[in-house]
Design a protein around this ligand. Structure first.
Ligand code: BES
Ligand code: ZN
Length: 882
């Protein structure tokens, strides 16, 4: 009954959800670990919920033995195909035992059990989310099957001195054949995607932690010997995250050991396996010589994110993969709150909104658009998207904002207690948040079901005779694939009104008895609504959607003068920055259109020049640094259909050049002042100083290229931190300075053997905005430090090129597309998830101007015509072409 013929890839629909017909309450796993062949013995204690034959998922498993209730099954008593195993004879209470063989060293997909590092000295590890457990053993591999895991690892002690699995240790010993065994029991029922093991040569650092509830926990971070010294910062960050979750959400850790392991071979950033988090080394390892300030912040964020999943994801998990944002959106939001508390809240918000606009908005506007809770999928790996994560986090933020901190906490407390140990849905979260506060939050569910970014338009009218200011807000969402009709959504619009002297006006909303203060939140629920403010002395300048109170696009016909006023006077850092971005976009629009009107550009440059020269004590240097940059080429490119990315880049360059020239004379003095105070310290003021210094240096290279390049070279050579060294190198490369080659050469030699540092070197060159960058990328792909097998390398070189180089990737001759298409085919044969991620770089191909569009289509056809494509890549291509 063995039939391994490939089946067509089925679409899975949320509407078809049914609870599992079979559950596994307890599972005992025994691993006989070896690099080339590992044997996995699984005993499943089965519970039948519905009269259906037992089906277990399983992929690429070599079945060695199978028995039911102690009796070996004949080949006629089960059915085996490429998707799994069906056993008609299983009964409620049966115990099924299977033995399978898998080949970790052959597993280049990095899903399931695989080898990290070399055959002789690397270590074994697992990655199971979303559907990797089925590549380890036969199992109902779905998140609503919660089981207690007992895991025994058996291995040669010399080759695998460290053996780890989730839960708590439950004995070790030596087998008659001399191998070691170690057993682990996890008392918390969990879905299979949270299973993990690690085995090999690893060092550890350890710290004792006592939870607020009084539990003693041993925090352990493991890495290979040459990396263990880089784990200290992550340990500090972990402790901060644990304290924060105790204080802000009342959540304590719940096992005696918390393990974290770093690997260089990982598809994602990190993974929250119960009691055994596994990290991509780039989000864990840090040392002052090679880690940039941005990377320090990322490490803290990812450590916190995975730790927070212990409650939002593990103790309460997802009923099915459609609910992915229940754990990811919520956990990203928690991580963002934590980061805002650890550093400047304004900078954190700028980062978040930037990511949303650069990554999520384009996704929502293109053929891959999907709701935060998708209605269907064929490859779930492809739904770990900016929409599920970042937009999902914005939805939780709206709910939290609607409730306020105290009531939100009451709501999350109810959610965590009510659903502890369960596999929950997004409705469950909204119901708990609402019921704890006698509120109906169900209107917000529509946000989870509707794809596309709403566009909100505002129109303000001031009537001097009645002293009334009328704000008309309207919303509209463009159709997306499969969703032609869109409904209005509840949109909270936070706003303040500014007088022309920069003061905030007290707000009197018509119909409200008293003043609502100098800020309020309007809730737009209809397609169009009118809000009237009374007792307004003079025509105000509205600051709308403060703090980015909803994930929407915004259209308000603000004059350059009004935006400049907000850029100058907004009290909130994010809103001030945002006003500057809007002003820069207006300047860009005029330039791109070839218009004579320079009023926006002049207003942007003049206001920034004033701020730059004003008393610096008032303005965080990091915020100033961010204000001195134009919106990204991707954000600006979103304003055009058809799109010529090279022309967008050129117009963007022109406005940054204009700013640099306007600031020209004051740049050198400021640069030198900033450099003088360099200490190499890691605290926020030192980081802010470096950020501004990097920005000023980049502007200097525009204002006075030879002088700027000389300064950059000096900064490169004398840098005390990687932040300063990399900023200098980036500025040289971007400017195409003559010294760039020498610095690049030095960098390559200086950091030879440090792959995570060389990734920055790859990425910089891949993003150099010239058509020749393609030839450079081709050359770099032959560097011995590069490998198509490693996801970090692929993202650093090819991902940076395809997503971050508007000129090189989008060469009008199509050579950039063609090159990436060829690499995609090679990568797909090794690692489908990695290929599918890179393929998304084509997501906006349909909006390109005709010549590029035709070239991109040709490249996509080339990939499609390749035989043996993975399900992940095929799904992305099919949806991009619809
Ligand atoms: N659960 C995910 C990791 C994951 C995603 C594993 C998809 C397998 C498939 C983890 O919690 C996560 O979200 N990691 C992020 C980083 C985080 C800081 C947003 C990642 O890996 O990018
Ligand atoms: Zn996550």
């Amino acid at each position: 009954m063995n039939d391994s013929a490939a089946q067509p890839d089925a679409t899975v629909r949320l509407a078809d959800y049914r609870p599992p017909a079979w559950r596994v309450r307890r599972v005992e796993l025994v691993f006989d670990l070896a690099v080339d062949a590992t044997v996995v013995t699984a005993r499943l204690h089965l519970q039948c919920e519905r009269d259906e034959p037992l089906h277990l998922d399983g992929e690429e498993l070599e079945l060695l033995d199978i028995s039911l209730d102690g009796r070996a099954l004949a080949a006629t008593e089960y059915r085996l195909d490429a998707r799994g195993l069906t056993i008609p004879g299983a009964r409620d209470g049966s115990m099924l035992e299977t033995r399978v063989r898998i080949a970790p060293a052959q597993n280049t997909a990095l899903s399931g059990l695989y080898l990290s590092g070399s055959h002789d000295s690397g270590f074994l590890l697992t990655q199971c989310e979303a559907q990797g457990f089925r590549r380890i053993t036969f199992f109902p591999d779905r998140p609503d099957v919660l089981a207690q895991y007992t895991v025994t690892l058996r291995a040669d002690a010399a080759r695998f001195p460290v053996l780890l699995a989730g839960g708590g240790p439950d004995g070790t010993g030596t087998l008659p054949d001399g191998r070691r065994w170690a057993r682990f029991v996890d008392p918390y029922p969990k879905p299979s995607y949270l299973f993990a093991l690690v085995a090999g040569h690893l060092e550890k650092i350890e710290r004792a932690y006592r939870t607020a509830e009084g539990r003693e926990v041993s925090l352990r971070i493991y890495a290979e010997a040459d990396a263990i010294d880089g784990c200290g910062y992550a340990m500090d960050a972990l402790e901060r995250a644990m304290r924060w979750d105790e204080r802000v959400y009342g959540r304590n850790y719940d096992l005696a050991i918390f393990n974290v392991v770093a690997t260089h071979d990982f598809n994602m950033g990190a993974m929250e396996n119960k009691g055994l988090n596994i990290f991509n080394a780039k989000y864990l390892l840090a040392d002052p010589e090679t880690t940039t300030d941005d990377e320090y912040r990322h490490i803290e964020a990812v450590i916190a994110h995975e730790y927070f999943h212990n409650w939002s994801g593990n103790r309460i998990t997802c009923r099915d993969w459609f609910q992915l944002s229940l754990k990811e959106g919520f956990t990203v939001f928690r991580e963002q709150q934590f980061c805002a508390d650890m550093q400047s809240a304004a900078l954190q918000r700028i980062d978040e909104v930037g990511t949303l606009r650069r990554v999520q908005f384009p996704e929502d506007a293109g053929p891959l658009a999907h709701p935060v809770r998708p209605a269907e999928y064929t490859a779930i790996d492809n739904f770990y998207t900016a929409t599920v994560y970042e937009k999902g986090a914005e939805l939780v933020r709206m709910l939290a904002g609607r409730l306020g901190a105290l009531r939100f906490r009451r709501g999350t407390d109810l959610y965590f207690t009510r659903h502890d140990g369960q596999a929950a849905t997004i409705e469950d979260l909204l119901a708990a948040l609402g019921e704890a506060n006698d509120l109906d939050l169900s209107p917000y569910l529509a946000w989870y079901a509707q794809a596309g970014t709403p566009c909100v338009t505002a129109q303000g009218d001031y009537d001097a005779s009645t002293r009334r200011y009328t704000l008309t807000l309207a919303q509209q969402t463009a159709p997306t694939a499969g969703q032609p009709e869109k409904s209005p959504l509840p949109i909270p619009v936070r706003l303040a009104l500014f007088a022309c002297d920069g003061r905030r006006l007290p707000l009197h909303l018509q119909g409200e008895p008293a003043s609502v203060g100098d800020e309020c939140v309007l809730e737009l629920t209809q397609r169009e609504q009118r809000f009237v403010f009374t007792d307004v002395d003079a025509r105000p300048v509205p600051s709308l959607l403060r703090g980015f109170s909803a994930p929407v696009q915004w259209q308000y016909a603000c004059s350059p003068r009004e935006l400049a006023l907000l850029l100058r006077y907004e009290s909130e850092g994010y809103d001030r920055w945002n006003a500057g971005q809007q002003l820069a976009a207006a300047a860009y629009d005029a330039l791109h259109a070839g218009a004579q009107d320079r009023s926006a550009l002049d207003a942007w440059c003049a206001t920034l020049a004033d701020l730059f020269e004003a008393d610096t004590a008032q303005l965080d240097p990091a915020l100033l640094a961010d204000m001195l940059a134009a919106p990204s080429a991707i954000e600006l490119g979103a304003r055009h259909d058809p799109l010529d990315p090279e022309r967008v880049h050129a117009a963007r360059e022109a406005i940054e050049d204009a700013l640099a020239i306007r600031l020209g004379e004051v740049l050198p003095a400021r640069y030198h002042a900033l450099r003088q105070s360099e200490s190499g310290a890691l605290d926020a003021p030192a980081q802010a100083r470096r950020r501004l210094q990097g920005r000023v240096l980049a502007l200097l290279l525009r204002a006075d290229p030879p002088f700027g390049a000389a300064l950059a070279m000096k900064q490169y050579e004398q840098a005390q931190t990687m932040t300063d060294r990399l900023a200098a190198l980036a500025a040289l490369v971007r400017a195409g300075a003559a010294q760039a080659e020498q610095a690049l050469h030095d960098f390559r030699a200086r950091y030879d053997g440090k792959p995570l540092v060389l990734d920055k070197w790859f990425a910089l060159q891949a993003q150099a905005p010239t058509r020749e960058a393609l030839a450079r990328v081709q050359l770099l792909a032959d560097d011995p430090a590069f490998s198509l097998h490693n996801p970090n390398r692929v993202q650093a070189l090819l991902g940076a090129f395809a997503r971050g180089n508007p000129v090189g990737f989008h060469r009008p001759d199509g050579a950039g597309y063609h090159y990436i298409a060829d690499r995609l085919i090679e990568i797909d044969a090794l690692n489908p998830q990695n290929a599918a991620r890179l393929a998304k770089a084509f997501e906006s191909w349909h909006r390109l101007e005709p010549q590029r569009r035709a070239a991109a289509l040709l490249a996509l056809r080339e990939i499609e015509s390749h035989s043996g494509m993975s399900r992940d890549l095929a799904d992305i291509l099919a949806r991009m072409r619809d």
